[in-house]
Write a protein of this length. Structure first.
Length: 209
């Protein structure tokens, strides 16, 4: 595995981790609770990053070949297609002129729009990587940078799993418009978490990622 290919895989993982950390900040720092579509988009991003992560783990065990690269980036493309479909649906919900969108925009666009851009980039990068598959097995030493990126992704996946459990509580589904952490409400003996009367945006299925 050449150094260039190694750097591309690490960059893909770290870029996805940065987006997921931003989503966690929006949830815990800005108080924007993720809806079911938000969770699906996060899951799709994690799955997309697991492709390069698996490739690094495979490279740590020995030479990697074209088949390994193809599997890695094919998984990323499939995950990005699922996430792009979900985020694209949210974009279309607010495409009408005069619609202010749902949630606070960040850097000029709403989170679901940024998610759609991220999935397009994942498909593009993965497609380019598959165009230049190695003609022979490649070997490269996987160092601390690669191992740290995979470990960071694993920690973020675990944190997201805990965050979803805290938000959903002992329920099989999330409300369309979450307004609190249902597990904390339940432990405190409250009945909240459904959000009372839903906003028009929530009633139309508009949910922030």
């Amino acid at each position: 595995m050449t150094l260039f290919r190694l750097c591309i895989a690490i960059t893909c993982i770290l870029a996805t981790c940065a987006v997921l950390l931003g989503a966690l900040w929006a949830q815990f720092g800005a108080g924007e609770f993720p809806c079911p579509l938000c969770i699906i988009q996060r899951m799709a991003m994690m799955l997309a990053a697991l492709g390069p992560a698996w490739l690094l783990c495979r490279a740590a065990r020995g030479p990697v070949d074209a088949h390994d690269f193809a599997q890695c980036y094919a998984c990323s493309i499939l995950a990005a297609l699922v996430g792009g479909t979900v985020s694209g649906r949210q974009v279309l919900l607010h495409i009408a002129p005069g619609d202010p969108g749902y949630g606070a925009p960040m850097f000029g666009m709403h989170l679901y729009t940024w998610a759609f851009v991220v999935f397009i980039v994942v498909v593009a990068v993965s497609g380019v990587q598959m165009l230049f598959l190695p003609k022979r097995s490649e070997v490269h030493r996987v160092g601390i940078g690669a191992r740290s990126s995979v470990l960071l992704l694993g920690v973020i996946i675990a944190v997201n799993a805990v965050a979803v459990f805290v938000e959903s509580g002992f329920h099989w589904y999330l409300p369309d418009n979450p307004t609190s952490n249902r597990l904390i409400d339940e432990l405190r003996g409250k009945s909240g978490g459904e959000g009372g009367v839903e906003s028009p945006e929530a009633m139309n299925g508009a949910m922030k990622p």
